[in-house]
Ligand binder design. Structure first.
Ligand code: SAM
Length: 289
């Protein structure tokens, strides 16, 4: 439905349904007509069992996904949008709407029930207030996914895609690079949305890896280690880890030494391989203690 990118049409649609957009739910709708077709094409919708969309809004991206995919399941929190979606997606029999909070839904069960177990891809213009928990949840739940293509705030895109060991990285980069190969696809200016947000955006694609690139005995400990080391990023990794994980500093220093790392190393200097070695050493220490 190409009219969904026309601001006058969207305003009329919202007025007809007596709907005021809720800032608290990140409701900035795409009105740049070139963005949704690009996202639908880039997400690999034609190469998997279907697509999960998070936050369809009034259905502008959903409609494009429905043209490219066998099936689309769109998860929307805001009940008020359902009458609008039933109207805008009336010509898309392959779309199923699910009301709920994506952070609370059992996505493994949803994929099993609605996609016969997958694999599926995810494509969304994410509400920015839940970008990290959504992406971390998708990555760490072990879901049968091929790729995650999402629009996020530009700065979040840079952090998510930055490899561990460079300044722009964060704890989230460790998890992203462990699970997938990320890339920034294209930038989207704030004027592409109704209403325009205060920040610019970017579309990223995370291609799931068949195998992790490093060997870790306990992946959950790797992610805890990364979160702990970055918790106080101005401090050394030893101080930050010791404070946030509640571990004695000598034990953390011993683990750093065992991983071949200097005691003053900072989280942002550690590569994925070094985080893996550190997590494996911390795991050993925990077993010894
Ligand atoms: N896909 C539409 C577009 O591109 O124009 C809307 C994107 S808008 C940035 C984010 C959407 O996510 C809104 O429709 C909002 O109601 C929905 N949303 C917010 N929090 C959510 C949550 N926890 N679970 C599911 N949907 C959510």
């Amino acid at each position: 439905m190409s009219q969904l990118s026309d601001p006058a049409f969207v305003r009329g649609l919202l007025a007809r349904h007596d709907l005021r957009l809720a800032k608290s739910m990140g409701q900035n709708f795409l009105i740049n007509p070139s963005v949704c077709p690009r996202m639908a094409q880039a997400c690999g919708a034609g190469h998997c069992r279907g697509v999960i969309e998070i936050g369809p809004g009034i259905g502008v991206l959903t409609w494009e996904l429905a043209q490219a995919a066998e099936k689309v399941v769109a998860i929307e929190l805001d009940r008020r949008l359902f009458p609008v979606l039933e109207e805008t997606l009336a010509d898309c029999p392959n779309v199923e709407l699910v009301q709920g909070d994506v952070l609370k839904l059992d996505l493994a069960a949803l994929i099993a029930e609605r996609f016969g177990g997958g694999p599926v891809c995810v494509c969304a213009n994410l509400p920015y207030y839940i970008t990290s928990p959504v992406i971390m949840g998708l990555l760490e739940a072990g879901l049968p996914l091929t790729a995650i293509t999402v629009m996020v705030q530009k700065e979040a895109a840079q952090r998510l895609c930055a490899p561990p060991g460079v300044r722009a990285c964060g704890a989230v980069s460790v998890s992203v690079h462990y699970h997938c190969q990320p890339q920034v696809l294209f930038q989207v200016g704030r004027g592409s949305f109704l209403p325009p947000p205060k920040v610019d955006s970017a579309v990223i694609r995370l291609d799931m890896r068949p195998q992790p690139p490093v060997a870790v005995e306990d992946p959950a400990l790797l992610f805890r280690t990364a979160r702990g080391a970055f918790a106080q990023r101005r401090k050394t990794a030893a101080n930050s880890l010791s404070a946030s994980l509640g571990l004695p500093k000598p034990l953390v220093e011993q683990a750093l030494a065992g991983a071949g790392l200097p005691p003053a190393a900072r989280a942002e200097q550690l590569t994925l391989e070094q985080f893996a070695a550190l997590a494996n050493q911390l795991g050993k220490q925990e077993r010894v203690e």
